[in-house]
Design a protein around this ligand. Structure first.
Ligand code: FUB
Length: 339
């Protein structure tokens, strides 16, 4: 994430256009919506944006979120309930700062909330917290998940095997460029335009849902000719915000391209990939970041996303939802968030 100057240039034109959907709530700022259907109800696990006064910089320090609040509704268009604070940074034993984009999975009769947070050394790790209810409150484990790093966990239950996989990662402020072969290099630099792009990561979860069952793997995302992207191919290479869903016998891996502000997707026959790039899901929104989830409810598919309609500020966002449509060949119809 980051790039404030780029946002200033982008927002002028976007703000003159009419949004295709309205913020789901306006009493708090929310972002990075991970939506799931639990017990027939839609639960949205967003970041909770707040104006803490932390100065802006290119590492995203002003995204200084202190807690999570969970939203739910019985259907798209229904009344949205804010369930209050579900987990606070002050209640996480290993916390440094910055609760970024979370996700939730259900297994073993328990809801598991996965969250990225900087530890006391200012290194992003991924933590887990549990609850017996989808809306929380959640109780955090004493330590981050062993072997975890970077940001934006997205946890997926494979309908074929019932195994759970975590997809994660984000470059720039998300620190993914500091991790090679799962080893940390504090000086790990961003790639040069002609170098291979940093890849998102995937790992199978253990049955206890609190640990990794294997070493973290890189997830290959290839172009239509089977070639990996270079860093310079920044309209297509992975930046942050991974999500995965299963549709019509295929796995769909989608993500943000960051500094080019698109949500794009790639498909595969295997949850470990390789994934082949297919196209754009959502063209740029107001604000620098773009982040999403995709979920089926009531026979339709929905794209949850965010923009900055309420505040005009890139770190004070609001979550939205719109219908996502497939063509007969399984490709996704590109959505323009403004008319
Ligand atoms: O909300 C903080 C960060 O901004 C998220 O982790 C990224 O995906 C971007 O949306």
């Amino acid at each position: 994430w980051t790039g404030l100057c780029a946002f200033a240039a982008l927002s002028g034109s976007a703000q003159e256009k009419k949004p295709i959907s309205q913020p789901l709530v306006s009493h708090i700022y929310t972002a990075d919506p991970s939506a799931h259907v639990f017990n027939g109800r839609i639960y949205i696990y967003p970041s909770h944006d707040t104006a803490t006064g932390t100065p802006e910089n290119d590492n995203g320090d002003h995204f200084n979120m202190m807690d999570y609040r969970i939203l739910s509704m019985n259907k798209v268009g229904g009344k949205v309930t804010d369930h209050g604070v579900a987990l606070s940074v002050k209640d996480i034993p290993w916390a440094g700062r910055q609760l970024w984009a979370p996700d939730v999975a259900f297994a073993n009769g328990t809801y598991y909330l996965y969250f990225p947070l900087k530890d006391k050394q200012d290194v992003f790790r991924i933590g887990v917290a549990t609850s017996k209810k989808p809306e929380g409150p959640f109780k955090a484990e004493a330590e981050p998940i062993k072997g975890s790093y970077s940001i934006d966990p997205s946890v997926f239950k494979d309908p074929k095997s019932s195994d759970h996989y975590m997809y994660f990662g984000g470059i720039w402020g998300g620190q993914l460029q500091r991790w090679n072969n799962n080893q940390y290099d504090p000086n790990g630099a961003l790639r040069q335009p002609n170098e291979p792009a940093v890849l998102p990561r995937v790992v199978k979860l253990s049955k206890d849902m609190k640990s990794f069952a294997e070493p973290v793997r890189e997830l290959q995302v290839l172009d239509q000719n089977g070639k990996p992207f270079t860093e310079g191919d920044n309209t297509r290479r992975f930046f942050e915000g991974p999500w995965i869903h299963y549709y019509n016998g295929k796995y769909y891996f989608s993500y943000s391209t960051g500094d080019t502000h698109n949500l794009v997707y790639a498909t595969s026959d295997n949850p470990y990939g390789p994934f082949t790039y297919q196209g754009v899901i959502l063209t740029p929104v107001q604000g620098w970041t773009t982040h999403h989830s995709i979920v089926e409810k009531d026979g339709k598919w929905w794209l949850f996303y965010h923009d900055v309609q309420l505040s005009g500020k890139t770190h004070l966002r609001n979550v939205k939802v719109t219908e996502l449509k497939y063509n007969a060949d399984g490709s996704i119809q590109t959505i323009n968030p403004y008319q």
